[in-house]
Design a binder for this molecule. Structure first.
Ligand code: CA
Length: 309
């Protein structure tokens, strides 16, 4: 019995050590330009020490990446969020001593980082979107169907704006950010997204579900997303993702459809991940039968590195 236990402990120890070794790889994520992370709707940089990008910045930094986590208005139009992010990118470029950045945006962060690359391509080496509704979200379309100017609309707008302000406050951000939930929905529904794409078409597929240009104005474009609303029974947020999925008649991550997530080179559009798994939430509870989201980010940093970015 004791021998069996010892053997088990040895095996466990060996496999843990192997896993640790496979993970530690100096220089693996050492991109030439800093990686700048841009959050989605109702997102943040960190709250009470908890990252929006759960465990991702540390995993990227460990093997050489310089990572900056940004925060913009939780709820606003892609253009206004983009202007806020641009100011932060200018600061990062001044601080890091590198002339450009690699932008990665999740959800509404996707159109937000695209805005920066469209107006200042000289500051951007690459744009990567993760689960971003480039052609709108069926969930936003559904909410948008609440009649304009109705009591229902003002109640939803008021509640969501308050949530945005609370998240901004909790995340310890110094000043209040302008919250505009109706503006946010306007950018995330399919009509608003189409208008944004007409102004900022860089990397957007011209077909319904193809890939976009891999490179525009010297900026590389990439994307990935998931299509499994329910992935982990221990994660209470799966219920929300499952409810969101009901708005769709195509594969989706609970908030964004597979084809809407396409931008530039599509790395994968069918990870067994829901919209929150894509940023390793909640607290790392994701599918056990899929690559760890952190590994997906590390592989991407390595891809950028190998592309000289
Ligand atoms: Ca999850």
């Amino acid at each position: 019995m004791n021998n069996k236990k010892t053997l088990l402990a040895l095996c466990l120890g060996a496999s843990l050590a192997l896993a640790g070794q496979a993970q530690a790889s100096p220089g693996y994520t050492q991109t030439r330009y800093p990686i700048v992370l841009g959050h989605g709707m109702l997102g943040f940089d960190s709250i009470l020490g908890i990252d929006y990008w759960y465990g991702i910045p540390a995993a990227l930094r460990r093997d050489g990446a310089q990572v900056y986590v940004t925060e913009v208005s939780q709820l606003n139009t892609s253009e206004l969020r983009g202007e806020e992010l641009l100011a932060q990118v200018e600061e990062i470029v001044a601080l890091s001593g590198q002339p450009k950045v690699n932008l990665i945006g999740h959800s509404h962060g996707g159109p937000t980082v695209r805005y920066v690359a469209a107006v200042r391509p000289d500051l951007v080496a690459s744009v990567t979107s993760v689960g971003a509704p480039h052609k709108g979200s069926d969930v936003a379309d559904l909410i948008r169907n609440i009649p304009e100017g109705s009591a229902g609309e003002s109640i939803v707008a008021g509640l969501v704006n308050a949530m945005g302000s609370l998240i901004h406050f909790l995340s310890g951000s110094p000043s209040s950010a302008p919250q505009n939930s109706l503006g946010s929905l306007e950018s995330l529904n399919s009509e608003g997204a189409a208008r944004f794409n007409a102004k900022f078409p860089q990397g957007i597929p011209t077909s319904a579900c193809g890939e976009g240009d891999y490179q525009v104005n010297g900026v590389r474009y990439y994307s990935w997303s998931g299509t499994s609303p329910l992935t982990n029974p221990l994660d209470i947020s799966d219920a929300m993702m499952g409810a969101g999925a009901l708005a769709f008649d195509e594969p989706n991550d609970g908030l964004v459809g597979r084809c809407s997530s396409h931008l530039g080179m599509v790395i994968r559009d069918d990870y067994r991940m829901n919209h929150l798994d894509e940023v390793n939430q909640v607290f790392g509870l994701t599918s056990l039968f899929e690559t760890d989201p952190i590994t997906v980010y590390r592989q991407h940093a390595n891809r950028l590195k190998n592309a000289g970015l």
